[in-house]
Design a protein around this ligand. Structure first.
Ligand code: TSU
Length: 294
């Protein structure tokens, strides 16, 4: 099962075998044995590489969950015995990554230097599939409670402050009303239902119809650079991202007086996958620093 998960992740049987310190023939034989037991072909090998059959894709969903569960079970047993080791896998929104995470990780790693932390960028709902399949222990991301799928749970941490940002030479960089921005071209930093779409919600609340979205930029590294280089685009971003942007000199906060939604950042996890003791402690540190900000 682990091999199948690695084959999907790395895109080849050879790479998966290498990463498991097996020979390719040994791994191929193991997969053939699994296919015989399941009476179904899982993989199609061709010159272009390897792909999963529809049996393979269905089996992979179970395999991912089982591999992730088995990792958590081993980690939890070790941690309950007082051996603080294992891995925590999580995704964070930019506001968390620049805000609470550094302090929380500092405390956590002082306490548990042997626990490996694997952290990646991610926002709900794009991140939901990897929470659902067990790849991640949890994500720290804004989520609309009404949007949360029933297999996931969200515990609120704090509300993120969002600002409207343009390049300094944008003709409407000094606008004070949302209505003045009606004809602007917008860059969204996440699809609708994500926090990057707060401008859609704000326009609707103020009876302005939908904003004219000309670009979706899901890279928070690229977003400030792209907007700074243009006198055409407006975007929304967490204030902390603006404050820490290397492009701050070429950007400005548009001083809109109408209220903007404040996305609620939550800890999101599968409702039936409890956190390991180590993951609980890390979340505890995040909650600790979230409370200190209030
Ligand atoms: S954050 O989740 O608070 O980092 C966030 C991301 C993107 C936008 C607002 C807030 C637009």
């Amino acid at each position: 099962m682990q091999a199948l998960v690695l084959i999907e992740e790395l895109g080849s049987i050879r790479a998966a075998a290498q990463s498991m310190s097996l020979t390719q023939p040994a791994l191929t034989a193991a997969i053939q044995q699994l296919e015989a037991e399941l009476k179904a072909p899982l993989l199609v090998r061709s010159k272009k590489g390897v792909t999963f059959t529809h049996f393979g894709q269905a089996f992979l969903r179970h395999a991912k969950l089982m591999v992730a569960q088995s990792r958590r079970a081993q980690d939890e047993m070790a941690q309950l015995r007082g051996h603080w080791e294992g891995t925590i896998k999580m995704a964070v929104s930019p506001a968390i990554g620049l805000g609470l995470l550094p302090q929380a990780l500092r405390q956590f790693t002082l306490q548990h230097p042997e626990v490996k932390v694997h952290c990646r960028d991610g926002l709900y709902p794009s991140i939901a599939p990897v929470i659902r399949d067990g790849t991640l222990d949890f994500a720290l991301t804004p989520v609309h409670r009404v949007d949360l799928e029933s297999d996931l749970v969200a515990e609120p941490l704090y509300s993120s402050q969002v600002v409207i940002v343009s390049g300094v030479s944008h003709p409407l960089s000094r606008a004070v009303r949302l209505a003045q921005l009606q004809d602007c071209a917008w860059v969204l930093s996440s699809p609708s239902r994500g926090p990057g779409a707060v401008i859609e919600e704000a326009f609707q609340t103020h009876g302005l119809g939908m904003p004219r979205v000309t670009m979706l930029c899901e890279s928070f590294l690229a977003l400030p650079a792209v907007v700074a280089a243009s006198d055409q685009w407006m975007t929304t971003m967490p204030r902390i991202l603006f404050e820490n942007s290397p492009f701050k000199d070429q950007l400005c906060i548009v001083p809109i007086e109408d209220a903007l939604p404040s996305p609620l950042i939550c800890t999101v996890r599968r409702h039936d996958l409890p956190l390991t003791p180590a993951a609980m402690q890390l979340v505890g540190w995040i909650q600790h620093f979230a409370l200190k900000r209030l």
